[in-house]
Design a protein around this ligand. Structure first.
Ligand SMILES: NC(=O)c1ccc[n+]([C@@H]2O[C@H](COP(=O)([O-])OP(=O)(O)OC[C@H]3O[C@@H](n4cnc5c(N)ncnc54)[C@H](OP(=O)(O)O)[C@@H]3O)[C@@H](O)[C@H]2O)c1
Length: 294
């Protein structure tokens, strides 16, 4: 991508769309954003000084690059709407948090123009692009060539970039996003079953503070987004069933007062985590520092 290129951000009035509009404007691009709600669009226009329209087709027609930043549940309707208006020299990039389904939908509908699945691994609160991680999911030679160009563009600006297949991405996101969010939501639900949570909050140590921060962090976010991830991550049901089986195993050891097996299993986990992370030994210290910084 070179400067003075017009980028259309479909869903640009949303949280991530505004983030990318702000970033691209500062990087010298012309940006036009779309959304359905006019009030939200005008607010974005006031905030960012960006061109706005409720007409996706009008935005697509004038753009060299198109960024799709709509919720996964609206993805196919947007693709169906814009596909007759894309042209061969355009690039169409989706930034949804799931990759196999949107990439498949783009291949199905976009007959002219080059597509690429991208997942920015950060939320709209990110201050800067430096040190942020992006996953790019090209599926053929043309897309791999585009991914290399985009990788260079992002890395020059300090971002970290990883390439993988859409399926590999989704498999990992089931754990990275799906399981982490699930544990946070169930933890919040469990913690709120105790009436003295307010007092516990005041006196709790590092581990408890970290758990509470995780639970509060996820619950404070947009429920629509978290619901959409839980409903759309392809392998999430299996992962959550595994979590439930593991929770039962540990709870049974506690219920049966099986001290020996509990400690044995914990030691076995210690050894295995050590293999995954050579710095594992100082993890408790790291957690303490993290909580002190909160
Ligand atoms: N939030 C995150 O932390 C995060 C991180 C990485 C990636 N993502 C991905 O980024 C995408 C956007 O997420 P978000 O958090 O920015 O969601 P959001 O705040 O709900 O924004 C979504 C935007 O899409 C617009 N939209 C929906 N249907 C549309 C249509 N048919 N035509 C035009 N605009 C339409 C909405 O506009 P109206 O309100 O006017 O309908 C809204 O402005 C999602 O796919 C998500 O998976 C999110």
């Amino acid at each position: 991508m070179g400067n003075q290129v017009t980028v259309a951000i479909i869903g640009g009035s949303g949280k991530m769309g505004r983030w990318f509009a702000n970033f691209l404007l500062k990087d010298g691009y012309e940006v036009v954003i779309t959304g359905r709600n006019e009030k939200k669009l005008l607010e974005a226009k006031r905030q960012l000084g960006v061109e706005v329209t409720t007409n996706n087709i009008e935005a697509v027609k004038k753009a060299k690059a198109i960024l799709i930043s709509v919720p996964i549940d609206n993805f196919e309707e947007v693709m169906e709407q814009i596909c007759p208006y894309t042209h061969p020299e355009q690039v169409i990039i989706d930034i949804t948090s799931i990759k196999a389904f949107p990439v498949e939908i783009m291949h199905k509908h976009i007959k002219t123009g080059l597509v690429l699945g991208v997942h920015p691994m950060f939320g709209p609160g990110a201050r800067d692009i430096a040190n942020q991680s992006f996953i790019l999911t090209p599926t053929n030679e043309e897309e791999r060539a585009l991914a290399q160009k985009i990788r260079k563009y992002l890395e020059t600006r300090g971002a970290r970039v990883t390439l993988m297949s859409p399926d590999e991405h989704d498999e990992m996101m089931g754990v990275i996003l799906g399981l982490s969010h699930f544990i946070a939501i169930v933890s919040a639900d469990t913690l709120l079953s105790f009436d003295k949570l307010k007092q516990m909050r005041a006196i709790g140590g590092s581990t408890f503070k970290l758990l509470l921060t995780l639970a509060e962090g996820v619950i404070s976010e947009d429920p629509e987004f978290y619901t959409s991830l839980q409903m759309n991550l392809p392998n999430i049901a299996e992962i959550e069933k595994l979590f439930q089986r593991r929770a039962k195993t540990w709870a049974d050891l506690v219920e049966n007062k099986d001290r020996e097996k509990f400690a044995q299993r914990m030691n076995a986990l210690k050894n295995r985590l050590n293999e995954v992370n050579p710095d594992f030994g100082k993890a408790y210290e790291d957690m303490y520092k993290l909580v002190e910084g909160l």
